[in-house]
Design a binder for this molecule. Structure first.
Ligand code: BTN
Length: 271
């Protein structure tokens, strides 16, 4: 067998996973206001598990965290590679005003970027509208937000904010052209602290998305602004990304002078 593949013995790998899980649980235990998270070494998708719990009435702030996923899901039904080495988490949020729900993914991006920067000295995390975090030009993390409406329509019954972050992932040659793992750039943070900080910040989402004060920071982190982009939606075209509006849509300028407002659910954008 190739030596590079034998990073751990099976026993060492199991011990390492147990330590990570213990570390996550102990960090949450110290933060008394948060519900105890459900932590897996492996699950299919933390978003699926969180949705199941939300349907059964799990409270605001409940987190489902996994060290790997077999069916990690990305936006537009894409697969999200979720091997050992990453942090895969989904947080159940309640009481999010429906008319501000489109700001939830940008808010989650800011929460995750702040937590990573606070725990990893010297790194700057950028955002690629609307749901990706970038580090030195490659994708570090992705966010998938899913939600269910309540009967009154004023607030969501629940939202599930799913975040996947590459910490010490071994990315193959093809993936590492577009994706990056934190340990390529800096010492990776304590997985317990990182997950707990992100969850704590997300529990404040209802007020944050209503107030919208975080949007300027989101815009400042958005490296697409001012760049030529290709828009993939019902049709595919080139444009210049101009700004992020208060409803979190991306305004682009077409070559014929027309401006369009892109909603995150309908299009994706690439440089
Ligand atoms: C994307 O890049 O399109 C979004 C990826 C979101 C991945 C996270 S990992 C935790 C949660 N569980 C999933 O199945 N997906 C999200």
């Amino acid at each position: 067998m190739c030596e590079a593949l034998v990073k751990y013995t099976i026993g060492e790998a199991i011990t390492d996973m147990k330590q990570r899980i213990a570390c996550i649980l102990s960090c949450f235990e110290k933060e008394k206001t948060l519900p105890t998270p459900i932590v897996y070494s492996v699950t299919d998708s933390t978003n699926l598990r969180a949705r199941e719990l939300a349907e059964k009435g799990a409270p605001h702030g409940t987190a489902v965290i996994a060290l790997s996923q077999t069916e990690g899901r990305g936006r537009f039904t894409r697969r999200f590679v979720s091997d050992i080495g990453g942090l895969y988490m989904s947080v159940i949020l309640r009481g999010i005003p429906t008319d501000a729900a489109m700001r939830l993914t940008p808010y989650a991006a800011v929460c995750a970027a702040r937590a990573i920067e606070a725990l990893c000295e010297g790194v700057t995390v950028d955002v690629k509208w609307v749901n990706d975090l970038y580090l030195e030009g490659r994708k570090l993390a992705g966010i998938l937000t899913e939600s269910a409406l309540s009967d009154d329509g004023r607030t969501l019954d629940y939202a599930i904010v799913g975040i996947g972050i590459n910490l010490t992932n071994e990315l193959d040659a093809e993936l590492s052209r577009i994706a990056v793992s934190l340990d390529e750039v800096t010492a990776p943070p304590d997985i317990g602290l990182l997950s707990q900080r992100i969850v704590s910040a997300l529990t404040l989402a209802a007020r944050a998305v209503t107030d919208g004060g975080f949007l300027q920071e989101y815009r400042n982190r958005c490296f697409l602004l001012g760049q030529r982009v290709t828009v993939y939606g019902a049709d595919v075209y080139e444009a210049t990304a101009l700004s992020v509006a208060d409803d979190a849509s991306l305004t682009v300028l077409l070559d014929n002078g027309e401006t369009r407002s892109l909603s995150s659910g309908e299009v994706s954008v690439r440089i």
